[in-house]
Design a protein around this ligand. Structure first.
Ligand SMILES: Cc1cc2nc3c(=O)[nH]c(=O)nc-3n(C[C@H](O)[C@H](O)[C@H](O)COP(=O)(O)OP(=O)(O)OC[C@H]3O[C@@H](n4cnc5c(N)ncnc54)[C@H](O)[C@@H]3O)c2cc1C
Length: 455
């Protein structure tokens, strides 16, 4: 049997290789470290954690990331097994001893007879490799990034991720905020009321500007300083530094909007939130990309009227990343539509985080191995954390309502990505019900009683 080639042995590539071998299919893993370094990796080990050593909450009942852990354990994940074997005391979080974790994964792959490891940088998959998984992460080496850009027909792959915070819709106070598009314009695919608007008085606006200017910010990494900077995605605090009224004439402009609760009072400034997923459960704060520290964002953004109790699915950021416009370029099993022998896995597909990257590696490994065995890959149900994440990558975003930037941005797993429950739940029991449904449907999928075949 011809092997499946995996480029990159990070979180995603290592998990993909393991899943392939578990199905009796041979794999060749190409990892460029230590021959060629990245700007942040420090070792030659596989699945190196480049920053924090936390896999975040391990609570499968009330957190989507904890649920993803639970699902991965049921799917015999190498990454979760190594994390459990090397966990450190960290309260409700799953933190790991990074050296022990990485060494366990490296050894497991080295000892697996069906896996061959080659320490080399790949700048282009060889023409005779008929099944390839590209899992080279946010720091994909330049020659390969250039090849991917050419093969995908995209104009750019490495750029600043201008991430605006995303808020769970049910945490926005609609007794204060209201639905309306500017000048009631419907635009392509819109209804004329696609934004949630939060009004500020002059006093509230100036208080907000003061808080932005004083708030603690995160510094850029050294490797990020050579990335082109687009004027269209300036952080809000940088705009505020350019002049106290700049934001009021930019993302916070009040024009074309009438406060539905107080039509006679003209707001001095307005924060707009735009629908972010097809389900309508998540809304992003338009133009609010920021380098403020996460705790500062929560504190400052909750001073905005209507957002006092906002729950954030994602906080804002601005960092260099390499990721594909996956909803456009990849099919439902993450093959490149223009060259289906290539699959993508990990952060390069537009998920965010160690665990999410490994989970997508797990799925892609299964898809590629199933295909190699002559069968049709089966997709995880969309109600599971794996399915919700895959759905986000392949099409959960919405087409832009107006002429703004493309709406697809990398994201951590969160309950806003899950299809809503059919029945109402008791207050406080919502997340548990989503988790219980996910695990039940995952078990049915694993047991083969819920096949959900790819097209
Ligand atoms: C500075 C920084 C800090 C981060 N901090 C966190 C954090 O605290 N928590 C969190 O959850 N996530 C964090 N992330 C995100 C994190 O990188 C990803 O979540 C995760 O590591 C991505 O997994 P991956 O497998 O897609 O890529 P990686 O784990 O980066 O693995 C990619 C692998 O591909 C190799 N490679 C690259 N190009 C080639 C090539 N041409 N040929 C062969 N091999 C190649 C690399 O050497 C690497 O081993 C951070 C990212 C960065 C850049």
């Amino acid at each position: 049997m011809k092997p499946i080639h995996i480029i990159g042995a990070g979180l995603a590539g290592s998990e993909a290789a393991w899943q392939i071998a578990r199905r009796g299919v041979p794999a060749v893993v190409h990892e460029m470290r230590p021959v060629r370094a990245t700007a942040v990796h420090k070792t030659a080990g596989f699945a190196e954690l480049v920053c924090s050593n936390s896999f975040r909450s391990d609570d499968a009942q009330t957190s989507a990331i904890g649920l993803l852990h639970a699902e991965m354990r049921r799917l015999s994940s190498l990454v979760m097994g190594a994390a459990d074997d090397h966990k450190l005391p960290a309260g409700g979080a799953l933190a790991v001893d990074r050296e022990g974790f990485s060494a366990a994964i490296t050894t497991a792959l080295e000892r697996e007879p069906l896996i061959e490891i080659r320490r080399e940088e790949i700048s282009e998959p060889a023409p005779d490799w008929d099944s390839v998984i590209i899992a080279t992460g946010p720091l994909t080496s330049k020659p390969l990034a250039e090849t991917i850009r050419r093969l995908s027909g995209e104009t750019a792959l490495a750029f600043f991720d201008a991430i605006a915070p995303i808020v769970h819709r049910d945490s926005i106070d609609l007794d204060v905020a209201w639905f309306q598009s500017r000048y009631d314009k419907a635009g392509p695919g819109g209804s004329g009321a696609n934004y949630i608007n939060c009004p500020l008085t002059s006093e509230q606006y100036h208080g907000f500007i003061d808080a932005l200017l004083a708030g603690e910010k995160i510094a850029f990494h050294e490797f990020e300083t050579d990335t082109p900077y687009f004027d269209g995605c300036l952080p809000i605090e940088v705009m505020a530094e350019r002049g106290r009224e700049t934001l009021r004439h930019g993302p916070m402009k009040p024009f074309g909007l009438t406060d539905a609760h107080r039509p006679d009072v003209k707001p001095y400034a307005v924060v707009q939130l735009r629908q972010d997923n097809k389900l309508g459960t998540l809304f992003n704060m338009v133009g609010f990309q920021t380098k403020l520290k996460h705790a500062e964002q929560v504190r400052i953004f909750r001073t905005i009227p209507g957002l006092a109790h906002a729950e954030f699915a994602r906080l804002g950021g601005l960092h260099r990343n390499t990721f594909l416009n996956s909803p456009k370029l990849l099919d439902e099993t993450l093959r490149l539509k223009s060259d289906p022998r290539l699959r993508f896995a990990g952060q390069i597909t537009g998920c965010e985080g160690y665990v999410e990257s490994a989970a997508i590696g797990l799925l892609v490994g299964r898809f590629a191995a199933t295909e190699r065995l002559g069968e049709r890959p089966s997709l995880p149900p969309p109600t599971t954390a794996h399915g919700a994440l895959l759905g986000h990558i392949t099409g959960g975003h919405i087409e832009t309502i107006d002429s703004g930037a493309r709406s697809f941005q990398p994201m951590n797993v969160n309950f806003g990505l899950f299809p809503p429950l059919r029945r109402r739940t008791a207050r406080g029991a919502h997340k548990q019900a989503l988790s219980a449904r996910a695990l039940a449907e995952l078990d049915a999928w694993i047991g083969g009683t819920m096949p959900h075949a790819a097209e």
